[in-house]
Each structure stands twice: as structure tokens, then as C-alpha cells.
Design a protein around this ligand. Structure first.
Ligand code: ATP
Ligand code: MN
Length: 145
């Protein structure tokens, strides 16, 4: 297996840094590039709302928050690995699966859990969807120690 590009989806949870650190250590060993990706899901704006029209300013704020999140993670990562950072909008698992193809990533490294972090579940729904539908290898980093 020749792994030159690793897709690292991160959410806004405490697991994100741990996942990114593990991915960067692996990328260092393999001399691979990391494609870090945060997906903002505008559907969260629609909770409790009657219409499903997303005001452009609110989506803009979400994207800005995503950029800040990725910048914070990058700042904390002490690594010499080449990292490309991306913030995109849509359904997280769909965007992750699609971008893995578009960016021709050889491996996906993500956490078992994210923001919700229900410990009785083996993994969260985003992780589960990606594992279920990905045709690339997926490495799952446990969220709990
Ligand atoms: P759920 O979202 O199903 O309520 P959860 O939040 O605990 O449960 P997931 O969302 O599946 O679990 O998170 C598992 C992993 O999926 C995260 O560690 C992260 O790698 C990735 N992930 C989750 N949400 C996003 C997102 N919005 N953008 C990028 N990656 C994400
Ligand atoms: Mn989640």
C-alpha cells in the first residue's frame, strides 16, 4: 500500500486534536501529505426553524468558525508534515467520502467519536457512514483513552 495523501476530517470536539496528532505522526513516518478537512453543516441552522433557507451571512459565520477551528489545530500541532487545510459546506460524511476521491487520498484517518461523543456507541454516525461507504482504507482513532 502506497500512502502519500491522508484525509483527516476534524470536527469541533476535543477529539479533533488527538486525531490530527495521530494522523500527522503517521504522515511523518510515511512522508505523506495531510489533507485536513472540516465540514460545516448548514442544517444545524435549521433546527427549530420552519423554512430550510440558509441565510448567507450565517453560513458565512459557520465557515469562518471552521477556518478558525482548523487554524487552532494547526497551531497546536508540532509537526513538519505538509498540511493542506480545507473547510467545506454540506453533509459531513458525504463531503468526506467525496473529497477523498477528488483529492485522491490513499487513507482516511478520523476519530471514533466527535462532538456528541456517546460512549455507548461504538462510533458516531459520521465515522460509521464513512467506514460503511468508503472504498479507501479508514483508520479510526479511539476517542477514549
Ligand atoms: P454523532 O455526530 O453521530 O452524534 P459523534 O459526534 O460522537 O456522534 P461523529 O460525528 O461520527 O461522532 O465523529 C467521528 C469523527 O468523524 C470525528 O472524530 C471526526 O474525525 C469526523 N467528523 C465528525 N464531524 C465532522 C465534520 N463536521 N467535519 C469533519 N469531520 C467530522
Ligand atoms: Mn458528530
Amino acid at each position: 500500500m502506497n500512502i502519500k495523501k491522508i484525509l483527516v476530517p476534524v470536527d469541533d470536539s476535543t477529539f479533533a486534536l488527538k486525531t490530527a496528532e495521530a494522523a500527522c505522526q503517521l504522515a511523518h513516518t510515511l512522508q505523506a501529505t495531510v489533507c485536513m478537512l472540516h465540514v460545516v453543516d448548514p442544517a444545524i441552522l435549521a433546527i427549530g426553524a420552519e423554512t430550510v433557507v440558509y441565510p448567507i451571512t450565517e453560513v458565512g459565520a459557520l465557515l469562518e468558525g471552521g477556518n478558525k477551528l482548523i487554524a487552532d489545530i494547526n497551531e497546536k500541532l508540532k509537526t513538519d508534515v505538509r498540511i493542506e487545510s480545507h473547510v467545506l459546506e454540506g453533509v459531513p460524511s458525504e463531503i468526506i467520502l467525496n473529497q477523498a476521491k477528488v483529492w485522491q487520498c490513499d487513507l482516511i484517518v478520523m476519530g471514533t467519536h466527535g462532538r456528541t461523543g456517546l460512549s455507548h456507541l461504538i462510533m458516531g454516525s459520521v465515522a460509521e457512514n464513512v467506514v460503511r461507504h468508503s472504498n479507501k482504507p479508514v483508520l479510526i482513532i479511539p476517542g477514549k483513552s
